[in-house]
Ligand binder design. Structure first.
Ligand code: ACM
Ligand code: ZN
Length: 546
């Protein structure tokens, strides 16, 4: 036993290089705006087992922040730091509010021999300071950890820093969704766009329409692969697939995200991408069905009937429950990929067009304007309840509802047009920020089949979400950047991790820092960052480092 101890100390000595301690490195992802080393003295702060985390009394969020920091430090160093509201004799990491900044998510970190102070303009700012500290730390069991004296001043470039997860095409459990949220927090993201419904599955309990989940959340099997010998050949796996979140599950996840300063933006995609709802309530479709929850991927011609009053009742009922569950001001109502084939043939839809005085013009068909009518109807309903809509860039075809925020996915064109029209914009161009696309050109060697495309880390890193063709006023409408993970070909959570990591490192850098690009320097920081992925047991892709 004695020898074992001696050996451990010897190994510890070997790994740390010196017994004095392992040094912290402030070159992290995303890179803080300002890192000034040595301005607060030359002696480092030394973190020890006895270091205490101190937070202001009677502030539950700050208490939770202190607990997060303690958990994170334990993750990387094994130290179990105590938390408390009073400074005692031992050195401390103090978490405080009151930083003067026009940016509510700003934080500063001041480190001197005497201690570490993280100050935020809000509790969220403190949380990002904690993330920065966590990422600076060396990973492993060290006798001491040395923090060189430093002053860090930081704030995000974009207030909306999003990530989408599609749980319709493949279902992911509550624990997996929480893991996704944890990974978002690690990347300083603050908006979780939750794609809850689509042709292939309805994944949220709606009390007034129980069949949405009893029927709409289940499908018989799933499309497997796509092309064979360059021919489009559909193959199926023969395995039933399903699942949904109860309203209690949803509340739990919303609270979990909120603790991490992440707002969940639910998406109920309408009036297209609705086959799972039609399978449950066929009277909502133009033909009356019968319909089956889709087992393959693509764009359905069967959509909600826009001429049936039951459709409007259905939608307002569903959104009543959605608003109860999600406190987010933004609600995403989809609007993408809605073919007008059925509407053009449907007597009810045509009667509605007539009754509303909708006419074609040289820009758009009357059916396209009918979609604008539906979107505006929902937008008005939600804004009467104090909410705002986000829609995919297709909602510009016709007339986008006043005040709608546009999510530009078919490249940047929709976002550019929308910003010029005075709409707020979130940039999610598929040619940069669709993470279901491959990260290698050598598709054959990839461990997972993917939808196509090619969005490697360097391409994402070099993306500038502020198009050069916009003037400053128009650029001010670009309020955010998001990365999307559609899951047609993503069947398990390991694959989710592989697709987003380390590409989220590049996404985080765009969302948080904007600004100057230095890819080699970024890659060095990323290389260190993935050590944390390793410590957390995350699966990640290695292309960027080869
Ligand atoms: C989308 O990718 N259809 C928004
Ligand atoms: Zn119809």
């Amino acid at each position: 036993m004695k020898n074992y101890f001696a050996l451990s100390f010897f190994l510890l000595f070997l790994f740390t290089g010196n017994v004095k301690g392992q040094k912290v490195d402030y070159q992290i992802v995303p890179l803080p705006k300002e890192i000034k080393e040595g301005t607060t003295g030359n002696t480092p702060f030394v973190l020890m087992q006895s270091t205490r985390i101190v937070y202001p009394k009677h502030n539950k969020q700050m208490q939770r922040n202190a607990e997060f920091l303690s958990e994170y430090v334990k993750d990387v160093t094994g130290y179990g730091l105590k938390i408390g509201t009073r400074k005692i004799k031992s050195p401390a990491i103090s978490l405080t509010l009151g930083l003067q900044s026009s940016n509510p998510e700003a934080y500063s970190i001041n480190i001197s021999e005497a201690g570490i102070q993280i100050q935020g303009a809000s509790e969220a700012g403190v949380f990002y300071g904690i993330q920065a500290l966590r990422k600076s730390m060396p990973i492993g069991k060290y006798a001491q950890i040395e923090f060189p004296s430093v002053e860090i001043n930081d704030y995000p470039e974009f207030g909306y820093r999003g990530a989408l997860l599609d749980i319709s095409r493949h279902f992911f459990t509550k624990e997996e969704v929480k893991e996704y949220i944890d990974m978002m927090a690690l990347h300083n993201m603050n908006r979780f766009h939750w794609h809850l419904t689509d042709d292939q599955g309805w994944r949220i309990e709606i009390k007034k329409y129980p069949e949405l989940t009893s029927i709409g959340s289940q499908r018989k099997e799933s499309q497997n692969g796509y092309y064979e010998n360059h021919e489009r050949v559909l193959k199926f796996d023969g395995i039933p697939h399903g699942g949904f979140f109860t309203q209690d599950d949803i509340k739990e996840v919303v609270a979990y995200a909120a603790e991490r300063y992440i707002t969940i933006i639910p998406e109920i995609d309408l009036p297209g991408h609705m086959v799972s709802a039609l399978a449950s309530y066929p009277e909502l479709g133009c033909t009356g069905g019968p319909y089956n929850v889709w087992t393959h991927w693509g764009i359905s011609e069967d959509v909600l009937c826009a001429g049936n009053e039951k459709t409007y009742q259905f939608l307002t009922d569903v959104f009543d429950e959605i608003m109860e569950l999600f406190p987010s001001t933004y609600i995403h109502i989809g609007g993408d990929e809605c073919p007008k084939t059925r509407w053009a043939q449907c007597p009810k839809c045509q009667a509605k067009i007539k009754a509303e005085g909708i006419k074609s013009d040289d820009k758009h068909t009357k059916e396209e304007y009918l979609q604008s009518y539906v979107m505006k109807y929902m937008s008005d309903y939600l804004s009467e309840h104090g909410r705002k809509i986000i829609g995919w860039d297709e909602i510009l075809e016709g007339e986008a509802a006043p005040g709608a925020t546009i999510m530009s996915w078919r490249g940047e064109a929709g976002g550019i047009e929308a910003a010029r029209l005075g709409h707020d914009v979130i940039m999610v161009p598929n040619n940069y920020l669709y993470l279901d696309y491959y990260q290698s050109k050598d598709y054959e060697s990839e461990p997972y089949y993917a939808i196509g495309g090619y969005n490697p880390v360097d391409k994402i890193y070099n993306y500038n979400p502020l198009p050069a063709s916009l003037n400053e006023t128009e650029k001010a409408h670009i309020i955010g950047v998001q990365a999307n993970l559609w899951t047609e070909y993503i069947k398990d959570f390991k694959q989710v991790e592989y697709m987003i990591l380390p590409r989220w490192g590049a996404v985080a850098e765009i969302q948080w820092t904007g600004g100057a690009k230095d890819y080699p320097a970024f890659l060095k920081r990323l290389d260190k960052f993935v050590k944390l992925y390793q410590a957390k047991g995350y699966t990640y892709a290695k292309h960027a480092f080869q």
